[in-house]
Design a protein around this ligand. Structure first.
Ligand code: RB5
Length: 148
């Protein structure tokens, strides 16, 4: 498995922690920055990570900012991206099972490091259930396609 990861200055420390955790799980991580505490604009990093997901250069994306909100708003503007901002383990599991979320967003100023890693694991370890949920994802895609 290959995961693209990106953060703004608010998420840079959590990004490093999650990167180490993913590597310990044997997952290949592609880092799209930022790698310093200097102020940057989260849309730039959201766009880089979601582009990698869209082009299937990676399997999934993880985006981190202070709240996770800016990253999730930006990511969900991108066609084919189903980005889920999660602050609890139940939602992380459910958004893979039901929404087949291909990008996970986290708020580094919202969740502590221990909970963040549990959220990442719950999302990665869950499987998309398909079935009745596919009809709903098809409707999301139809809404996207109607905007072309
Ligand atoms: C940056 O200060 C902050 O606005 C950003 O990390 C994020 O929380 C935006 O949604």
């Amino acid at each position: 498995m290959k995961i693209a990861i990106g953060a703004d200055h608010g998420g840079v420390d959590l990004k490093a922690l999650i990167t180490d955790h993913l590597k310990e799980r044997g997952i290949e991580v592609v880092n799209y920055g930022t790698d310093s505490s200097e102020s940057v604009d989260y849309p730039d990093f959201a766009h880089a990570v979601t582009h990698a997901v869209q082009e299937e250069r990676v399997d999934y994306g993880i985006l981190i900012c202070g709240t996770g909100i800016g990253m999730s708003i930006t990511a969900n503007k991108e066609k084919g991206i189903r980005a889920a901002l999660c602050g609890d383990v139940f939602s992380a599991q459910a958004t893979k099972a039901h929404n087949n979320a291909n990008v996970l967003c986290l708020g580094a100023r919202v969740v502590g490091p221990g909970l963040a890693l549990m959220i990442v694991d719950a999302w990665l370890d869950a499987d998309y259930e398909g079935g009745r949920h596919q009809k709903r994802l098809d409707k999301i895609a139809a809404i996207e396609n109607a905007q072309d």
